[in-house]
Design a protein around this ligand. Structure first.
Ligand code: ZN
Length: 311
């Protein structure tokens, strides 16, 4: 009986998951309408805010997809209703009161043009089994929104959140994480998977636009210079210079030993990457210092491109 208080909530071993996953397939929004038709002023403002070229054919940038579904400040408030609200409420009830958006995937079926009036349905696509993350223990909830013009599907927007019980920072529970703090893991997704495949082969790959040859890094789905979605991967030669840097003193992070330098390295090919410097003291780093690419084995699961300074 004394343990009853501990076994309730996130655990429930895992009866909670059985209850949560029954929500998969249920609607999160039904036959909703875009607040405004696709329109030129919103396209122009969005492009100006993000430094994105205005598509020359008058279409909306594909990555604006979610914009047309947003309710705006005057739209419905944060009130919860329907199955999605019930699901979040059940998670709150189990102690998973914190939420963080983890990733978003979109697919584009056709371009949107001014005058297009969109409708959308959203469905709770999946609820993951219980996961323990650095933030805490909880469940990933994925919703998928299908965006239509008339009856034609124009795109889908998949959105994933982690609803979790926050980790108590004062926890004294011993464990691997407490013994040997690990560096944060990279988030690998469809847009940047090629980069990490390159790292595994000890290549630092950047993208080169197939239309205008503009190099880009970090990896992105489209070219910021011409808007083209086509690209090829190019291996950097490995030479670069320190374009800028900061020396971290505070706040301390368990996996790092301050003070240390975080550098913005400009590669010979013209793109820049944030990385660590090795082989040079933090107080000897200088702007313009030549550096050379190396791959650092951080732990069993993680290898990172770093740069050796020529002090
Ligand atoms: Zn381009």
């Amino acid at each position: 009986m004394s343990g009853a208080g501990e076994t309730r909530g996130v655990g429930e071993g895992d009866a909670l998951y059985e209850r949560l996953r029954a929500y998969a397939g249920r609607p999160a929004a039904h036959s909703a309408r875009g607040r405004d038709a696709v329109n030129e002023p919103m396209i122009r403002h969005w492009c100006e805010a993000l430094g994105h070229p205005v598509p020359p054919d008058g279409s909306a940038p594909a990555t604006m997809l979610q914009v047309w579904t947003m309710a705006g400040l005057a739209g419905p408030g944060g009130g919860r209703s329907g199955p999605y609200g019930e699901l979040l409420g059940a998670l709150d009830g189990a102690g998973c009161t914190s939420v963080v958006a983890t990733d978003c995937e979109q697919e584009y079926v056709r371009s949107l043009y001014p005058g297009d009036e969109i409708t959308f349905d959203a469905v709770i696509e999946s609820v993951s089994p219980r996961k323990t993350t650095k933030l805490g223990t909880g469940y990933f909830v994925t919703t998928r929104m299908d965006v239509r013009v008339g009856t034609a599907l124009v795109g889908t927007h998949r959105f994933r959140i982690l609803k979790y019980r926050p980790e108590k920072r004062t926890s004294t529970v011993p464990g691997p994480a407490a013994d040997k703090p690990r560096r944060p893991r990279p988030v690998v997704n469809r847009d940047n998977a090629g980069f990490w495949e390159g790292v595994a082969r000890h290549q630092l790959l950047f993208q080169s636009c197939t239309e205008c040859a503009t190099p880009r890094f970090p990896w992105l789905p489209g070219c910021n210079a011409c808007g083209c979605a086509g690209w090829r991967a190019v291996a950097a030669c490995g030479r670069g210079t320190v374009y800028s840097y900061v020396v971290m003193h505070h706040p301390p992070f368990p996996a790092f030993d301050p003070p240390y330098a975080v550098a913005l390295v400009e590669l010979a090919e013209g793109v820049r990457i944030v990385s660590n410097l090795i082989g040079v003291r933090h107080d000897e780093v200088r702007i313009g210092m030549p550096v050379e690419l190396e791959f650092l084995r951080v732990d069993d699961d993680l290898e990172l491109p770093v740069f050796r300074g020529a002090a």
